[in-house]
Design a protein around this ligand. Structure first.
Ligand code: SF4
Ligand code: SF4
Length: 389
């Protein structure tokens, strides 16, 4: 039997939010070009599928895609900004086993300022509460930590904990997917301090899953200081991303879109075993972007389980003797920065932030064409208004 893969399905590049760390809302895909059920049918068997966007629930036909994906995936989690409450609830009634992660970027004011969605916090939070009341088990928050919202990290974790929900974290990245190259953490020690607090809270919990989350957050401190990933990146070997145009890629972290093949035009076997796919795999092997996003880290944590496993055992042992089993100063680079051995400018140069970069958006010619007369925001607003009629 073929080995099951880990897949991320970007069903649309349309988005109704206006996040400060992502310009995807300015570069939407054209609905008629987006992944069809026929193309989804060609995907391989998967042990895990993440459905994402843009905002996936902008697609009114999302349930049809999910129905198809359930035929080939053991577990599905949808990442959403939580705005389309009715659509999310309706889908969860049909698929109560599905996972939902709603991006909440901080407590009310911070979230709304970062996400730029009117009443975004309350909409997201209420959607989560409704899902919980429906008895949905696999629901949670997702937060992209940056200077502005780092102080909300622990309060938001506590809120998710009280509600018995998952709490996923990320930090700023630059790539074609985010249509962004200027993201950077400015006050690294401040942000790292909040991650350290979160790591300790997670390590003090009784949940092994949370102990491994602590390791992931430890990796985020390492990432924001621009250091080499704690685990190898094996994207495109047993993991893939597919975008709304059917382009199959290793990940969403590259500067420009790296295409292994197109599933609208090829069969999965042809694409996965193609020369182009091999070329992309070679590039992954020497990729220096050092991303630390759950999509590429979770498979690596499973594959190299002894590395996070040892870290967890060591810190759990320490937690019997101290309230603060984890310190960010365990990371040499954090000590070096504190001690003046490296400067902020040196660390900035280690990041993927490039103020002069020509930012790539991964759009097709047709999708880009529509941006000649109207902005992405105008196109998507009109699109949603028409849907709501
Ligand atoms: S981060 Fe997500 S919700 Fe925000 S603009 Fe980008 S795609 Fe939309
Ligand atoms: S480090 Fe891995 S996930 Fe990041 S851009 Fe490179 S290949 Fe993609």
């Amino acid at each position: 039997m073929a080995k099951k893969l880990n897949g991320t399905v970007i069903v649309t590049y349309r988005c109704n939010a206006r996040c400060t760390m992502c310009n995807r809302y300015k570069a939407p895909s054209k609905p008629e070009e987006e992944l069809s059920v026929e193309t989804v049918r060609k995907l391989p068997p998967m042990y895990f599928t993440n459905i994402t966007g843009g905002e996936p629930f902008i697609r009114e036909d999302l349930p049809e895609l999910v129905r198809e994906l359930y035929k080939k995936s053991d577990r599905i989690v949808i990442s959403t900004n939580g705005f389309f409450t009715d659509r999310i609830v309706a889908l969860c009634k049909e698929f109560p086993q599905i996972g939902i992660r709603i991006s909440i970027e901080g407590l009310e004011q911070t979230n709304n300022e970062i996400r730029g969605l009117e009443d975004g916090f309350n909409r997201g939070y209420n959607t989560l509460k409704i899902l919980r009341q429906m008895g949905m088990k696999d629901v949670g928050f997702g937060m992209t930590v940056q200077d502005k919202n780092a102080p909300d990290l622990l309060p938001l974790y506590r809120l998710s904990d009280e509600m018995g929900m998952e709490f996923a974290t990320a930090s700023l990245h630059n790539s074609f997917y985010f249509v962004e190259a200027k993201n950077i953490i400015h006050d690294r020690p401040m942000v790292a301090q909040h991650f350290e607090d979160l790591c300790n809270a997670l390590l003090r919990s009784k949940s092994p899953k949370k102990w491994f989350r602590a390791y992931f957050n430890h990796g985020l401190i390492n990432y924001i200081y621009g250091q080499k990933r704690l685990l190898p990146c094996d994207m495109s070997f047993d993991t893939f991303f597919i975008d709304p145009y059917g382009d199959v890629m290793p990940c969403n972290g590259t500067k420009d879109k790296e295409v292994m093949g197109n599933l609208n035009e090829q069969s999965w076997e042809e694409l996965w075993n193609s020369r182009e796919a091999e070329e992309v795999r070679k590039k992954v092997r020497c990729c220096d972007r050092q991303c630390w996003m759950i999509g590429s880290v979770s498979p690596a944590m499973n594959k190299y389980i002894w590395i996070p496993g040892f870290w967890v055992v060591w810190h759990k042992l320490k937690s019997f003797f101290t309230k603060k089993p984890y310190s960010m100063y365990q990371n040499k680079i954090v000590r070096d920065y504190r001690d003046g051995k490296v400067t902020k400018e040196m660390l900035d140069r280690c990041s993927t932030c490039d103020l002069c970069a020509q930012v790539s958006d991964g759009l097709s010619e047709k999708s880009r064409e529509q941006l000649k007369d109207r902005s992405g925001e105008e196109i998507v607003d009109a699109d949603i208004a028409a849907q709501m009629k």
